[in-house]
Write a protein that binds this ligand. Structure first.
Ligand code: ARG
Length: 260
């Protein structure tokens, strides 16, 4: 089992009503400074990625509409009414007094999700967040190449603590053939898109799941091409990050959002 979806442990804690961030902070820490989170990244500026959302079960997400967050299927436990998730938006600092916090009302996990591929889900919020913009999703494969940006509050190294401040990094596209050479039949090439450096060092990591991988489109606007899904460890040489291929699911995501 190469898939490293450590967030499932966080989900269980969240389901049990535990405070995920507190739980994570109980992990032993070392004195060495962790440079990034997203491994190998740097802090994002306030307002740089205004559609980024932190979800209370320990995942990331992006604003699809003012009232719907796009995240990963493995961050949620099914579909239906759910008032147990809090979305935090509008801030890079999760402890900021200006953070916008809104509870969920419903969750829609990708139809047919069984742990392999199809790693997307929608979270309906109790009220729209109108003070932040939405992030456009890629509806064609046109932007499934080049250099992508990833961002999140996840660990800055394998086993590392969740972060208070949003971090970002850039990672290059990795072809299906190359990614399959790393992951074999664990990869679902039609549903997943990989990114990372051959030598490793920069990647998303535990707690970044559900957050967007994005780039600029030809008009200079940010467009989401991936959803943080899984990888073998984090930032290891020869093991790129694996992301849900948003273009594959854009039509399904849009029609599902219309039903929420
Ligand atoms: N599954 C992880 C999460 O739940 C994300 C892992 C991403 N791993 C990677 N090497 N890119 O947060």
């Amino acid at each position: 089992m190469k898939k490293n979806r450590l967030v499932s442990a966080l989900q269980k804690l969240a389901a049990a009503g535990a405070v995920v961030l507190a739980a994570v902070s109980l992990q032993p820490t070392t004195a060495s400074a962790a440079p990034a989170p997203v491994v190998g990244g740097v802090r994002a500026a306030q307002g740089e990625f205004p559609w980024m959302v932190r979800l209370s079960m320990g995942c990331g997400g992006s604003m699809l509409t003012p009232q719907i967050v796009l995240t990963a299927a493995h961050c949620v436990s099914g579909s239906g009414n759910n008032t147990g998730i809090t979305a935090t938006a509008g801030v890079v600092d999760l402890q900021s007094s200006s953070a916008i916090k809104v509870k969920s009302t419903k969750v829609l996990q990708a139809p047919g999700y069984n742990g392999t591929g199809k790693d997307w889900a929608l979270i309906k919020l109790a009220s729209p967040i109108t003070s932040v913009p939405t992030l456009k999703i890629a509806e064609t494969t046109a932007y499934n190449s080049g250099t992508f940006t990833v961002a999140g509050w996840g660990g800055t190294r394998e086993g590392g603590a969740q972060q208070r401040y949003l971090r970002k990094a850039n990672v290059p596209f990795v072809s299906d053939a190359s990614c399959q050479a790393s992951y074999g039949s664990s990869l679902v090439p039609a549903e997943e898109i990989c990114a990372g450096f051959d030598q490793g060092g920069v990647d998303t990591c535990q707690g970044d799941s559900g957050g967007p991988m994005f780039r600029k489109d030809n008009a200079g606007a940010w467009i989401q091409v991936g959803i943080v899904s899984w990888g073998e460890g984090c930032a290891r040489a020869g093991y790129p990050g694996v992301y849900t291929e948003v273009s594959t699911f854009a039509a399904a995501i849009k029609s599902a959002a219309a039903t929420l």
